[in-house]
Design a protein around this ligand. Structure first.
Ligand code: FE2
Ligand code: FE2
Ligand code: FE2
Length: 409
């Protein structure tokens, strides 16, 4: 097993930014395009390297506070003229401020909708608003104004007129945007999908700090909280799956370092659920075929997002396969028995065990007797690996302690 926990922050942040772009019909690119605009402005301002780094990280994650709430995610793209727009920057700040690594982007994100003219809940106005927040604000609004169905050259003047006429933005930044706007290349870079990859690869050697396993776990815990926040029924799900996966992997003989991989995989296995609208996850009735099709995308997206992170090759495979079944009837690849990695089989058992012992909108949590009855049947039908499942039944005291720690007893 390849353990590599010296990961460059931008690699992880790019992947998490992509997670924020998930929608039920694919991937949007609001965060990346906002970052392209912000970087162009920053170049004019000649920001220092550390400031530029913070700006890029903050821009790539700026709407993190809205990620669990589908309705909010949608509304902030269309209307910033309401007081509701101030909710997600504050929520983002609250999510990030406890993280030693992401703390530096918490403040710029907190104020990214503060208006230059004032009237903000923060009480700040004008130059009191952090410069990085002012840059993200104007970049974000330019990005959302772009109509994807119209050629960019046909709209650039209208976008510029809007920012020039609004008192929400820093006049010095408006001036810079006006200068940038004179160049066709500025606009083409924003809308050219292929350029995004080149743009992001420029930052691969940004700064010197590398992420350790503890940093990674800390950031993964933040994202698992966002994913679990999609539904009140899953508030602890990812953490509980991570703890159960560690229990199973330890019994199977993995060493302490390897267990960290299982913990990360458990935390991030459902990352792709950010593509599933809250109303589907919380539906008390039977899911329609269409709902189910949307849900079935999530392991695929979890895998494709995590795959971009150097050193996450194994973790991304495991999470991509956590809904596969040994009988070949799982999804998204329909893999059979030995084609499913051991790591995935451990995650699957942990995931099913945690899901059955949690409340769901359509049923109450199950007790151990009910859980074993269902899982015995699944093991027999090769829906899960009996050789992994056996550890849950072999160690009843430890399983009870696990449930106790998950507040299920
Ligand atoms: Fe925002
Ligand atoms: Fe935004
Ligand atoms: Fe899942």
């Amino acid at each position: 097993m390849n353990l590599y926990f010296k990961i460059h922050p931008i690699s992880f942040i790019k992947a998490m930014s992509m997670a924020l772009e998930l929608t039920n019909t694919g991937i949007s690119n609001h965060h990346c395009r906002t970052t392209i605009i912000a970087k162009a402005i920053a170049k004019h301002l000649q920001l220092s390297q550390p400031e530029l780094q913070t700006l890029i990280y903050a821009s790539l994650l700026h709407d993190i506070g809205a990620a669990s709430n589908w309705e909010e995610k949608h509304s902030i793209m269309h209307d910033d003229n309401t007081s509701a727009i101030f909710h997600h920057p504050e929520a983002g700040y609250q999510i990030l401020k406890g993280s030693p690594f992401l703390l530096e982007i918490a403040v710029p994100i907190r104020h990214h909708h503060d208006r230059y003219c004032g009237g903000n809940p923060s009480g700040l106005k004008g130059e009191q608003i952090p410069l990085l927040s002012r840059i993200i604000h104007i970049s974000d609004r330019i990005e959302v104004m772009i109509d994807k169905n119209k050629h960019i050259f046909k709209q650039r003047q209208d976008i510029l007129s809007y920012v020039e006429s609004s008192d929400f933005f820093d006049p010095a930044l408006v001036k810079i945007v006006k200068t940038l706007s004179a160049s066709e290349g500025f606009w083409l870079d924003i809308v050219n999908y292929e350029y995004q990859k080149v743009f992001l690869s420029e930052f691969d050697f940004f700064g010197k700090r590398m992420l350790t396993s503890d940093d990674l776990i800390n950031i993964a815990e933040i994202f698992s909280g966002i994913v679990d926040g999609i539904s009140p029924f899953t508030l602890r799900h990812s953490r509980d799956v991570a703890a159960t996966a560690i229990f199973l992997a330890r019994k199977h003989g993995f060493n302490e370092e390897e267990l960290k991989l299982f913990y990360l995989a458990g935390l991030l296995h459902d990352l792709g659920k950010l593509a599933v609208p809250n109303e589907i996850v919380n539906k008390p009735d039977k899911l329609t075929e269409e709902d189910y099709a949307i849900i079935k995308q999530h392991p695929y997206y979890s895998q494709r997002i995590l795959q971009q992170i150097e050193g996450f090759e194994e973790i991304s495979n495991w999470v991509g396969q956590h809904h596969e079944a040994l009988d070949g009837q799982g999804y998204p690849y329909g893999l059979c028995s030995d084609k499913i990695s051991l790591g995935a089989r451990i995650l699957t058992v942990a995931d099913i065990f945690c899901a059955l012992t949690e409340d769901r909108p359509y049923r109450r949590m199950m007790n151990l007797e009910q859980t074993w009855a269902i899982m015995d049947d699944m093991a027999e039908k090769l829906k899960l690996d009996p050789n992994i499942y056996k550890y849950l039944k072999l160690y009843p005291d430890e399983v009870s302690a696990l449930l106790e720690s998950q507040k299920k007893l």
